[in-house]
Design a protein around this ligand. Structure first.
Ligand code: C2E
Ligand code: CA
Ligand code: CA
Length: 235
């Protein structure tokens, strides 16, 4: 009953959809579509989050392979919870799922929240390093809400920085939010990371982010997360 909904990511330079983030939805037979806020933390707390992660990875990479086969050059992003990743062997499991679906790992980005990414766990750091070596993209999600120092950020070979929506929204009217967004984009550029702004809801925010040199935008202005057949129409 779990399925990925997809929210498009748009390249500021070309204005085209360059990827989509898979966001879990529970299609409940009685209650309808249930958002992840209702089940992610429960799955993490009960030690069952890996089942969802691998299921989402399988479904999302299978979909992405279809888009590529149709000639669409789009990547897919999956949210990775580090809670259950306690064994480096999981890297083989993750790689095998993507390989079985016939998709090259360079089309897959794994998003890890800033709070989780700043782990001191040697195992988690090893898993992230191994995933990067296998060709996966690694993204710092919700950047700005955690407590990472700049040196911690470079400890893992991240490829993308996702500026949290709490800074994006309001950046057009609040000068300090604008400064935070600007310096995050500049830092990403300096570190050779792709910058992504999430939660763009109106044209003013879009124009500002573009002007500040952000690479990719995501938010309700473009589209809410939608079922796969609707994403194909958007593509
Ligand atoms: P996230 O990864 O930060 O995802 C972005 C959330 O912001 C999504 O909520 C998305 O629908 C919402 N959003 C995007 N654009 C806008 C906008 O313009 N305005 C507003 N107000 N909201 C916007 P969603 O789908 O409810 O997901 C919530 C969180 O649940 C995600 O935050 C992610 O941390 C978690 N999550 C979702 N799917 C998975 C999954 O498969 N595995 C894991 N571990 N976590 C997941
Ligand atoms: Ca995310
Ligand atoms: Ca986020």
């Amino acid at each position: 009953q779990f399925e990925p909904f997809y929210q498009p990511k748009v390249d500021f330079n070309t204005g085209t959809i360059c990827g989509a983030e898979a966001l879990a939805r529970w299609r409940h037979p009685v209650s309808g579509v249930i958002p992840p806020g209702a089940f992610i933390s429960e799955l993490e707390a009960s030690g069952n989050i890996d089942v969802l992660t691998l299921d989402m990875l399988n479904k999302a990479t299978r979909d992405c392979k279809k888009w590529i086969d149709q000639g669409l050059n789009v990547t897919v992003s999956i949210n990775l919870s580090l809670a259950g990743l306690t064994d480096p062997y999981v890297v083989n499991t993750i790689s095998a799922i993507v390989e079985n679906n016939g998709l090259d790992t360079r089309y897959v980005t794994l998003e890890i929240t800033e709070t989780a990414a700043m782990t001191e766990s040697a195992t988690a750091l090893e898993i992230l390093a191994r995933l990067r070596m296998r060709g996966f993209g690694l993204s710092v999600d919700d950047y700005g809400t955690g407590f990472s120092s700049l040196s911690q950020l470079t400890r893992v070979a991240f490829s993308e920085l996702k500026i949290d929506q709490s800074f994006v929204r309001g950046s057009t009217t609040d000068p300090s939010l604008k400064t935070i967004v600007q310096s995050s984009i500049d830092m990403a550029k300096g570190l050779g990371l792709t910058s992504v702004a999430e939660g763009i809801e109106d044209q003013n925010e879009w124009d500002l982010l573009k002007e500040l040199g952000c690479n990719i935008g995501q938010g309700y202005l473009i589209s809410k997360p939608v079922p796969v057949n609707e994403l194909i129409k958007l593509l």
